[in-house]
Design a binder for this molecule. Sequence first.
Ligand code: SF4
Length: 281
Amino acid sequence: MASLSPSRAADFVTCPLRYRFRVVDRLPEPPSEAATRGTVVHAVLDRLFDLPALERTQPAAADLVEPVWADLLTRDPALGGLFDDDGARSAWLESARDLLTGYFSLEDPRRLAPAARELYVEHVLESGLRLRGYVDRLDEAETPQGTALRVIDYKTGRSPGPAFEGAAMFQMRFYALVLWRTRGVVPRELRLYYLGDRTWLRAAPEEAELRATERRIEALWAAIARAHRTGDWRARPSRLCDWCDHKSRCPAFGGTPPPLPEARAEVPVDDTAPTVCEADG
Ligand code: SF4
């Protein structure tokens, strides 16, 4: 079944060719310090909520960084090659602790009881397109007005400028749409925490906005299917090219893309695992 996650939808919006390299060609992307740090920080924030409420302190989060990194390294020993020496690795671990310190300036986890963390959500639209993704955290409360849901997403990069806030919130509305369609409740609040500059964005979505998001996703999917049919995956250069792993094969930078895979008559399935990247969140 055709499926789409918010990250890959954002890829297509920013650069159709980048989407092609990732979803259609499935070209490998080497691990980076930034993306791996994002994975560590997300895992620490997840494990933090396993602790009793009063123990969810900043020193406790800092203490989790080493064991989380050790577990990650056990699962993927190649990550050890990211660092030239112990000093570089120590500085990188310290930068992860610094981001976690930023988290504690935004909220106090001792006061929270999340309903879910790293929650897989999916919903199939009437067109047959399956929307899917992982919500970093879902808070839930019973109120006199009914169930109140708050969707939280952590970003380890810096907040976008005002011109890009709408694009950043698209991912959150995508999740809100899926939660609304599957639970019958429009989330009351969407929050994006930017640990890089210790700030946040928030929105209170309304049903009409989520219907508009649904229409936008359908239109986006139609454009993806068209590109897939015609093979016309346009490069759209932007400042994000600096973080693109495929610059060397991109025509906008003098490169040549590989031939399209044979089976391109089929609409590709976006079944990539959840990823964390400072460039795209
Ligand atoms: S280098 Fe830029 S234009 Fe080329 S594929 Fe990557 S994001 Fe797109």
